[in-house]
Structures are given as C-alpha cells and as structure tokens.
Ligand binder design. Sequence first.
Ligand code: HEC
Length: 601
Amino acid sequence: MMNGLRFTKVLLLVGSVLGSVTHAAGFQGSVLDEAGEPIVGAMVTARFSTPFQERTVFTNDQGGFELTGLPESTDHLIRVRRIGWHDVRSGGHMTAADELTPLDFTMVRHTDPALVAAQLPANHWYELLLNKLESEHDREQFVRQCTFCHQQGNPATRLQRDPEEWSKILALMARMGAGLDEDLRERVPELFNTAYDPATAVPALTEGWQDPDFAPPPSENVRQAVVDEFQLGGRSSMQHDMIVHPSGDIYSVDMTTDTLFRLDPGVPGGSREWFSIPREDVPLGGVMGLAALPSNSEMHVGPHSLQADSKGAIWITLATGNRLAKFDPSDDSFTIEPLPGGIYPHTLRIDDRDRVWYTIAGSNHVGMYDPDSGQHETIRVPARSFGEAVMLRMIPAFIWLSQYIDLSGALGAGGGEGVGPVPYGIDIAPNGDIWFSQLNAHRIGRIDPETFEVAMIDTPFTAPRRMRFDSKGNLWIPGFSSNLISKFNPETLEFQSYTMPTEPLGTETPYSLNVDRRTDTVWICGTNSDTLISFDTASEVFTIYPLPTQVTYTRDIDFDSEGRVWTSNSNVPAWQIETGIPRVLRLSPRGTPTSEVSGGQ
Ligand code: HEC
C-alpha cells in the first residue's frame, strides 16, 4: 500500500535563459603546433553559464574546429587538450549573434614526461598495478572489489603512501564494502607503492611518447562527435543513475545527498531543479549505519536507480532507506512506498504492466511491486551454498550487531556490493521474462513473471553487472572484472563474448551497457578509461569515444529521441573527478545537437 503522504517539493530554478540559441553563434578556428602544423584530434571545450555547461568538439585533419550552437553574447572559458601538449586555457571569449567568432590556438609540446603520464586515463596507470598481481584469482578479486566506486590509477589513488596511511585507507574501504582476502589486503600497500613509483611508472607509461603514433588521435568518424557536460551537484555528491524522461528532461539521483535532479537541456546552459527525497524517519546511513558512510556524506535513504513508467511517473529505489519512491512530474510530488522485506533495493525496471521489478543486493532477493493491486513479492534467489543461505538470513542480525562490533567486510556494506551473491543488473525481455545478474556469484537468472519461479545459469565470465536486451531478445551483459561484453541467447542458452578494445588491453571495467533498440547498437561504459564505447551488433565493430574530463566514471547509459547517448560522471568520491564536480553528459555521435531533446525509447 502507498502511504499516501504528499511532500512539498523543494525547488530551486537555476540557469537563467541566456537569450535564444542560434545555430550559428559560436567559435571557429584552428589548433596548430609551434611550427604551424595542425594538431589533429585535439579536444576544444567551451564552458559557459552557472552552473556550467561544457561543450567539446575535436579538431579535424587540418587542425580546424567549429564550436557551434552556443548561447550568444556570453563569456566562454576555452580549454584545448591533446595528450603530449600543455593544456591551453583561455577566458573571456564572447560569442556574437549569428556568427562564428574566429579563435586560433597554438599548443606547446610537453618536455617533461611526467606531465605526459599525468594526462593518460587512469587505466594506463592501473595496468602497472594489474601486472603486479600474478594470480588470476587476485587480479579478478582486486578488479571486482576495488573499482566499483572510483577508478583505480587516477591521481588520488596513485600516490605513494606509508604503511600506516595504507592501513587506515584499507580499513575505510573495507567498511564501505571492498572486501579483499586477508592475504591480498596485506600486500596492497607494497603493490601500490611499487607499481605507482614515479621513477619506474613514468618511463614505462611514456616510452616513445615523442612518436606520432603515441596516443593517436581518434578516427575521423569519432571526431564528428560533440560532448556536452552539465554540472550537477557538488563535491559531496554521488550522481548515481540518470534517465532521459519521455518529456526530454534528464533526471538523475544523487545518492549521497538524497536528491533527485531535473535538467532541461533545451535551455542554453541547461536549467536545473532539485528535489529533496523525503527521508521520513530514516537515520543518517540508513540500514547500513554510519560505519559504511564515506566522509561528508549526507545519505539517509540513498536513491540509487530510477525509471519512468508508462504514465511518466518516476520510480526510484532508495537503497539505504529500504523503500521505493515515486515522483510525479505533473505536480512534482513524492510518494514513498515502504518495502516488506530485503535489504538494499538496487536496480529497477518496469514491465509493460507498470509493475516495478528490482534487485535487492544486500539480502539476495528480487522484488516486485504492482502499484495497481498493491501486491508485493520478495523473491528469494538461490545462494551459492547452504552456508551462504544461512548467512544471508542472518544479515538483519549482523546489521544490528555492527552497531556494537566492527564487522568490517563481513557485510556487503558499501553499495551492498561487497560480499554475498549480490543480485545486481535486471532487465525485462521482449517476451516479458525477468532476467537479473548475481554479480559476485558470476551467474544470471530468469524469473517467470507469473509464477515467480527462478532458474540460474552460470556465466562463462566473471562479474556480470548491468545488462540489457536488444530488440531481437538477446541479452547483452558486461563482465565487470572480465574486460568483456557478452551476448546471451535465452533460447539456446549460448553466450558469445567480445573482449573490450580499450588500450592497454585488459584494463577496462565495463560497469554497465545499454542497447539503443532502434539500431541495436550497444553502448558500454568505458568506466576506467574516460570513454564511451559503442558496439555495432551487425558488423561487430567497437568504436571508442574519448571523453574530455579526466576521471569520468560512468555507471548507466540512456538515449534520447535523436539517438544521443546520456550518462553521468559518478566517481565516488566526487572530489577525485578533475575539477571535483560531477556532471551528466551527452555524447552526440553525429555532431552538434540542433533540436531539442525528447524522450528515449
Ligand atoms: C564503496 C566504495 C569504495 C570502494 C569499493 C573502494 N573505495 Fe577507495 N575510496 C572510496 C571513497 C569514498 C574514498 C574517499 C575517502 C575519504 O577520504 O573519505 C576513497 C579513496 C581511496 C583512495 C585515496 C585515499 C585518499 O586519501 O585520497 C585510495 C588509495 C583508495 N580509495 C583505494 C581503494 C582500494 C585499494 C580499494 C579496494 C580495496 C577501494 N579503494 C575500494 C570509496 C571506495
């Protein structure tokens, strides 16, 4: 039953209308080196408005670029970036109505290889660490447990530290859910300190950096793309999932501040509103308690995943509040639905009868709620062993106990994702079947939508995370710790896997994917490499799109009506992100967006 409470919205409208956007307002120019030669594939970024929007384009074979569709008569901060050269930053550039203002840049080559190494995405550094992990078991465990909140190898994580500092950091990570074997945990300080020693790391990472084929520019096709980033939230935010609503608005949940954001990208700079999700009586930390909280978090209910139903209402899992929230955009009100069982409602999907299906990560269930009838189901899914089944049933007692005893690592606290089988991704097949993954058990399962019977299938790869169906009924699954995506055919039960193309090979952590069902193109989060990656299912070709902001950690993908790709930068902590500010992003693969967005598929 709905508890029927209505809450007044907390609304703040920011981002005034900056005048009409004419397609022609913008900048046009070239990026050359000191000898006057073109720099191909440089990223030219214009920042404008408060909170900011940033638009990035790539230079062509002649070093030329056009930054169009910008608001007129507005001051822009420009950044030009290409690995091997110093960033150019230049402020005070005004746009004028109906013209492209000329703007040329000269880039200066780096002379210090340490600065070149610092420009490389985290996964290049991370490879140095992976190379030190000899056993496949250690490697897999490390990837699965240490890369699900933030990148490894980013500037904050690749510092040298003394053993005391390491033991504090590892204790904090364990409390948040990063459970490593005792043996591996003991070796981590030495592994990090040797892998990331600048004396060896910098030469290894920058070998041959003066050669033209070091960090080659993206292909001509990729260079057509335009990337827009919209600031959302602040340094203590965690922008978890986002969706493109049928209205064309973008909604995003901020887990650590219990906020729902709405962004209208049709307004220059983007207009933003934010709504505080009712916390009711849930204490700080929610069901996970205080121990599992990152510092400066204000998480009570922990909104995690969201989807719109057929009437446009938005359903949200409140992971640490153990509730569902429903947000009605017609009057901006919330309704809260308490859940009858389970711990840590995680990812949700809505079936064609508007029933809400969601994984329950902490207690190994899948939930179903039918708002029409008020029916709740809490479906227990199989554990890996009898012992684990007993342990899972005792979790409520553990949580109670953890107020008094440090049970670091005993529970999958941080994100409910540490230990335990962890039901994770979920999607609804074209025939109505419910499929979900069990991240740590390396399995997927099918639930009969009428009888709720469950059948499990082992995946031939590790850590199946957030998965989606294509239009033909194939299930696409990212292997988070196995550097691949896999196509599963529910009829033949066959898997076909494709290794991620990210260089250096073996360093990607694909967190999530989504399928644009209009073209059956799979889009994958290049979570550890600051990229979005497409996979054309007909030609089986991957295309890698580099993203402009260092430490762009992505967890979810959605599409608008023009086939543009939306995601959010969700690295936690947010302050590890370059500039410290999280964003939602739009990748327009075929150039500057001209029309307003409307809803996705
Ligand atoms: C549940 C989320 C989560 C997981 C999983 C996680 N981390 Fe972190 N990590 C954080 C947060 C949050 C911070 C910032 C901590 C702070 O200063 O409050 C952080 C910071 C760090 C830092 C930088 C510390 C500093 O002083 O800036 C290192 C190094 C690090 N983590 C390593 C690891 C390792 C190694 C693992 C795997 C054992 C891991 N992390 C797993 C959330 C996580």
